[in-house]
Design a protein around this ligand. Structure first.
Ligand code: ASP
Length: 322
């Protein structure tokens, strides 16, 4: 009887805790450097979530190992709704890239909903002699063995794009890993690295300002963003079938109470309808998600399909880390 009463009291207080969630700031772990594409979407989302969730959101940049260190931090965090993860396509490529991934992608997270999709662009240092794709192609051939390509580590979007770029061209480049494409962009602007494939959320401003050379977009269709619509797709530029688009999703540690997961999902759906948020993302070339991937189940199903899509591509490229 006493035990029953105790269980009832615990359940009651548990329910109260969920009812009161959130009563303090919520942290979003961003697994890449501040100022980069993932950080930007996380900060915009944090602002859009503030009202519907009823909490301040704090960004924690835990960088390294292509985003897997930050993801692991959230996988191991207390599942109380106060530590969330914003991660991109790397969540689905890491299982093939890392032999000893310290978390299970499909088992260790609550899937809270997909946020946005972002195309990528191939850009070059400002003093690179090639001004467009037609000039870049022969430059790449002439400089084989000397070209370097920046990325944000094994598992980053820039890594995946660079991998596909090298294998489609059959030209190997020296890859230089950074903790995010924000610091990589600094080195590209300074002329220390030659090329980078990066999300439009980080590149469109630099392209528009004429600060970097822009060669192509990675999606199968040209973009409509004014600053980017002149760029050819890599597919039309001769790399047949090239099609990479990055997605961002929100996650909580597995075991987060359902009432809290539902609350975050409801707040996320509202945030993604916020006209200010939509406007900001669209200006950077991103598209805010409106389809079935907004539900936890739809989001998880999509990530599972992405794991199955990229796994064989990565295995065929023979890329992995221990
Ligand atoms: N998303 C990474 C960043 O925010 C870049 C990448 O994945 O390539 O820096």
């Amino acid at each position: 009887m006493k035990r029953l009463l105790l269980a009832g009291v615990t359940a009651f207080f548990g329910m109260l805790a969920h009812a009161e969630y959130p009563d303090r700031p919520v942290t979003i772990v961003v697994p890449f450097a501040a100022g980069g594409p993932t950080d930007k979407v996380a900060r915009d989302l944090a602002e859009a979530l503030r009202k519907p969730l009823g909490a301040t959101l704090i960004i924690d940049n835990t960088t390294g190992a292509g985003g897997t260190l930050g993801a692991n931090k959230v996988a191991k965090a207390v599942p109380d709704g106060y530590t969330l993860l914003l991660y991109h396509i790397g969540l689905s490529t890491a299982p093939a890239l890392y032999r000893k991934l310290p978390y299970n992608t499909l088992e260790d997270f609550e899937y809270l909903g997909l946020v946005s999709e972002v195309p990528m662009t191939l850009i070059g240092r400002p003093n690179l002699p090639a001004n467009n794709w037609a000039e870049l192609r022969p430059w790449l051939e002439a400089n084989k063995g000397k070209i370097n390509l920046a990325n944000a580590g094994l598992g980053a979007a820039s890594h995946l794009c660079g991998l596909l770029f090298q294998s489609s061209l059959k030209i190997e480049m020296l890859t230089i890993p950074y903790k995010g494409t924000a610091p990589a962009m600094n080195d590209l602007l300074g002329g220390q690295v030659d090329l980078m494939c990066d999300q439009t959320t980080n590149t469109s401003g630099q392209i528009e300002a004429g600060k970097v050379k822009a060669y192509a977009v990675t999606t199968s269709k040209r973009l409509t963003t004014p600053a980017l619509k002149h760029l050819p797709t890599l597919d039309e530029a001769g790399l047949k079938g090239f099609d990479v688009s990055i997605w961002n999703g929100l996650y909580a540690p597995r075991g987060t109470p359902k009432a809290i997961v539902d609350k975050i999902n409801a707040a996320l759906r509202m945030a993604l309808k916020d006209p200010e948020f939509i406007k900001r993302e669209e200006a950077l070339g991103a598209v805010v998600v409106t389809d079935a991937r907004l539900s936890g189940a739809g989001h998880k199903k999509f990530v599972e399909a992405e794991i199955n899509k990229w796994g064989p591509v990565i295995k065929a490229a023979g890329q992995y880390a221990d």
